[in-house]
Design a protein around this ligand. Structure first.
Ligand SMILES: [Zn+2]
Length: 138
């Protein structure tokens, strides 16, 4: 994507995004690019704003990555909810009982404090902490 600052014959400046300079040329020739102030297609391309353009690109990439991570975490959450037992606040206790009594092979999930999690890991109990993404978040 490339961003052009455009100046209209009316003197107003506005900016617009294009796929590339060829797209701009083609839209310009077809008079599709119009001034947002007076609707004239007599516009001039002025200096590009590469800084703004690259910055915006970075932001959109980051957002995309964040969305992917969120989706993965959400999938992970769904998987856990489907395959593991929710023990809520009893997580530490239940994790120990599974580890020491070996009663069940079914996984559990629930809440534990950082200290509790550290203790479990010290005891050789496999614990993973994952961010618990709310389903309502997009
Ligand atoms: Zn204008």
């Amino acid at each position: 994507m490339i961003k052009y600052n455009l100046t209209c014959k009316c003197g107003e400046k506005f900016e617009s995004w294009f796929l590339n300079s060829a797209e701009f040329d083609s839209l310009y020739k077809k008079k599709i690019i119009k001034c947002i102030h007076c609707d004239s297609s007599v516009i001039k391309k002025s200096v590009m704003a590469p800084n703004v353009s690259s910055k915006s690109n970075k932001i959109s990439k980051k957002t995309k990555v964040e969305k992917n991570i969120k989706k993965q975490l959400l999938d992970f959450r769904k998987y856990i909810e489907k395959n593991c037992k929710n023990v809520g606040d009893n997580f530490t206790q239940e994790a120990r009982s599974i580890h020491y009594d070996k009663k069940t092979s079914k996984g559990i999930y629930g809440k534990a404090t950082l200290e509790e999690t550290a203790e479990l890991i010290d005891e050789g109990i496999e614990v993973a902490t994952i961010p618990w993404i709310e389903k309502s978040e997009n």
